[in-house]
Design a protein around this ligand. Structure first.
Ligand code: SF4
Length: 316
């Protein structure tokens, strides 16, 4: 049973991604209205060694020995990974393994700290989130810990991107009626156009059910309008434009079991087809496991046909 490593999972932006989770479930500096995991249970901006870095690395090495080479080793998961004080050490050790490049998915909240920026320099790719340049909107959407200031975060993100030699794709989570007014989009556009070294921008929206009913999905027309209004110098893609199943597929060396499915769904709702491909199992086997988990009310099928964890399970 794995504790820190999950997947490989199919990722819209990363192909086949092996995930590494460094924080206990929902330890985060934000408590976003749009979070699709659960309410933040440990709301903190204080860095700490939430788990033993060597235990993480051991589990990662064991997993890499079992599976086909992933496209990326991605530090993300069920909280904010830059909160882990051993992030730099873990990234340096992943580099030494020479198996796959390292990516970090972050909410950007600690980018104002020089030590966090220095540690993230060891990554090959950074996917930071930025939803607004307006302090009030920032507080409304993200509900950050009280010490976090948007101006400091914007400054830290700029400093990092200007120096980083890897690739950075900023994710904007579009929340209709909250951060998609002309003034909001123009503010974001001006900031993003001022960043030297930004690779691309990704417009995301609530394609899965968020925990707050105030959050609505932005359809493709709304995302197109957002994209056009941003007027950026770099490419912009949207949540509806990438296939969830990339062409390159990894496989497992052992038959899938129920816990494999639960671990995948904790981080990423999947269709039956995706589960078959990622777990390297037959349709019959996956359907049988899903039926049993459904019978136990541990999972549920969403309107779009993907399976996700039932709410009770997510809160555990
Ligand atoms: S930063 Fe990510 S994990 Fe944290 S509350 Fe927001 S969406 Fe959830």
């Amino acid at each position: 049973m794995r504790t820190f490593v999950f997947g490989p999972v199919p990722s819209r932006r990363l192909g086949i991604s092996l995930g590494v989770d460094l924080t206990p479930t929902k330890t985060c500096s934000f408590d976003c209205l749009y979070c699709q995991l659960s309410k933040t249970s440990f709301h903190t901006s204080t860095r700490s060694e939430f788990c033993d870095p060597d235990a993480v690395l051991l589990e990662l090495k064991e997993t890499l020995a079992e599976i086909a080479q992933p496209d990326w080793i991605t530090i993300s998961g069920t909280g904010e990974p830059t909160l882990h004080s051993g992030l730099g050490y873990i990234l340096a050790e992943i580099k030494k393994l020479g198996n796959a490049p390292a990516c970090v998915i972050t909410n950007s909240s600690l980018m104002y700290l020089p030590e966090v920026r220095n540690e993230l320099m060891l990554a090959d790719r950074l996917l930071p989130t930025l939803t607004t340049v307006n302090e009030l909107t920032f507080k409304k959407i993200h509900r950050p810990t009280t010490d976090l200031k948007l101006d400091d975060i914007l400054d830290g993100l700029r400093r990092f991107i200007n120096e980083f030699t890897g690739a950075v794709e900023i994710e904007i989570f579009v929340c209709p009626g909250i951060n998609d007014s002309d003034a909001e989009i123009d503010g974001l556009g001006n900031y993003l156009n001022s960043l030297d070294g930004l690779e691309s921008v990704y417009l995301n929206t609530a394609v899965r059910v968020p925990i707050d009913s105030e959050i609505r999905t932005a359809d493709q027309n709304r995302l197109n309008r957002f994209r056009e209004r941003l007027k950026l110098k770099v490419p912009i893609s949207t949540a509806f434009e990438h296939s969830l199943v990339p062409p390159k597929i990894s496989s497992w060396n052992r038959p899938a079991v129920s816990s494999d499915i639960l671990k995948l769904l904790l981080r990423h709702p999947c269709s039956e087809e995706q589960l078959e491909k990622v777990l390297g199992s037959s349709n019959e086997k996956i359907l049988k496991l899903l039926a049993e988990l459904d019978r136990q009310r541990l999972i549920k099928k969403e309107a779009n046909g993907c399976w996700s964890l039932a709410v009770e399970e997510q809160k555990q």
